[in-house]
Design a protein around this ligand. Structure first.
Ligand code: GAF
Length: 383
């Protein structure tokens, strides 16, 4: 794999890459849409990810290419950058822009080649993976001396302010601090985590990609963000809350009357109850109680479907088809609106489950889902 990427780099740039970096994608076991509300999540980094091959050039420009798409960009080194109209380029360029503001030293041109094997639009954080590979590369090559946690925060700012998505820190954090066979009980209010060994016993964690082409995801995501902010400001009339996830479900019951709009109240209820599920799920995983973890996953999906309304027909069908013998739990993972689901399936039932799911899904939706087992691996690194 690496050798063929090096060959491609040589073919394109007529030189050998000086540096190679890898950043994984992630799955989130539970804790969805809690991160930008100061809550908990339980993500893990996966084996699929993005490779970044780089060499400094003396052309005073960043050349940004990917093997996954035809579009590429050449951007002159400058003190200020603007987003381009090539969507994927804005992820590394946002980091270059943010790093330029931060770094006191000289930033000079780079030949960059990205290549990823995370399925596109599958909700497995291909964008955070590109961002963190870029962040580590810039820090290493221009000797930024920044800690990984600072790079995570820079990437988040780049995505919020340069790309324009009001996402939380979940993806960048998981992609950076992921560890082999370990889930991260991530507290987004303190931006710290507790490692939870991912002992699944006789169960396999599967990703089921809906293969649905996603549209308007960013605007719907930002709408949910705004609804949560609205709920918080209404609750702040009677409390000194800083974020929705400071509330327990019981406290939310008592304050709910402050949110007259039923849609906004449903959004807030999801966030508060989902946050409470994360600790239960982390404890269940720690104890190897896969049945309980699975039930919490089903509950999470129901809440994302009924209260947060970010699932859709394809994801709901996958979860419905997963309510069968040998499946401990299933739910959507990531932002939703398409993307992927995850399922915990007993090894003895794996084959039956996959056959049944593929057939039944294809019959209703008109095309097949993509299914693969998750391998939990480490976070961003230089190779
Ligand atoms: C996307 C976002 F990027 C994350 O920050 C998080 O909000 C997630 O959706 C939903 O939990 O992956």
């Amino acid at each position: 794999m690496i050798e063929s990427l090096k060959e491609e780099f040589k073919r394109i740039y007529k030189e050998t890459p000086q540096y190679i970096f890898f950043a994984p994608g992630r799955v989130n076991l539970i804790g969805e849409h809690t991160d930008y509300n100061g809550g908990m999540a339980l993500p893990a980094a996966i084996s699929q990810g993005t490779w970044l091959l780089v060499s400094p050039n003396n052309k005073n420009k960043f050349v940004l290419r990917t093997l996954n798409l035809d579009d590429y960009a050449e951007v002159l080194v400058s003190p200020h950058y603007r987003p381009t109209n090539i969507a994927w380029v804005n992820y590394p360029l946002g980091l270059i822009s943010r790093f330029t503001q931060e770094a006191s030293g000289n930033i000079s041109g780079l030949n960059m080649l990205f290549s990823g094997n995370i399925p596109q639009g599958a909700g497995l954080s291909s964008s955070a993976s590109i961002e963190m590979a870029t962040a580590l590369a810039l820090n290493r090559i221009f000797q930024g001396g920044l800690e990984k946690i600072e790079l995570v925060k820079m990437a988040l700012e780049a995505e919020n302010n340069f790309v324009g998505v009001n996402c939380g820190i979940l993806d960048q954090y998981a992609v950076t601090f992921g560890e082999k066979d370990t889930a991260l009980a991530l507290d987004c209010s303190t931006v710290t985590h507790r490692p939870v060994p991912c002992k699944l016993g006789e169960y396999t964690l599967l990703v089921i990609n809906t293969n649905k082409s996603r549209s308007l995801t960013e605007s719907k995501y930002n709408e949910r963000f705004a609804q949560c902010r609205e709920a918080l400001s209404l609750l702040q009339q009677e409390s000194s809350l800083q974020s929705l996830c400071e509330l327990s479900p019981a406290q939310f019951e008592n304050l709910q009357y402050l949110i007259p709009d039923p849609v906004i109240a449903r959004r807030a209820r999801h966030v508060v109850e989902e946050n409470a599920r994360v600790n239960l799920a982390a404890n269940a995983l720690n104890k190897g109680d896969i049945e309980l973890l699975g039930q919490l996953m089903f509950d999470s999906h129901a809440s994302l479907r009924e209260l947060y309304e970010v699932t859709g027909r394809e994801l709901d069908l996958i979860v419905e088809l997963s309510q069968r013998k040998g499946v401990a739990g299933a739910r959507m993972t990531g932002a939703g609106f398409g993307g992927s689901a995850i399922a915990l399936v007993h090894q003895a039932e794996l084959k039956n489950y996959c056959c049944h799911l593929i057939k039944a899904y294809e019959k209703v939706i008109g095309y097949e889902p993509q299914i693969f087992p998750v391998k939990i691996e480490g976070g961003v690194r230089q190779l």
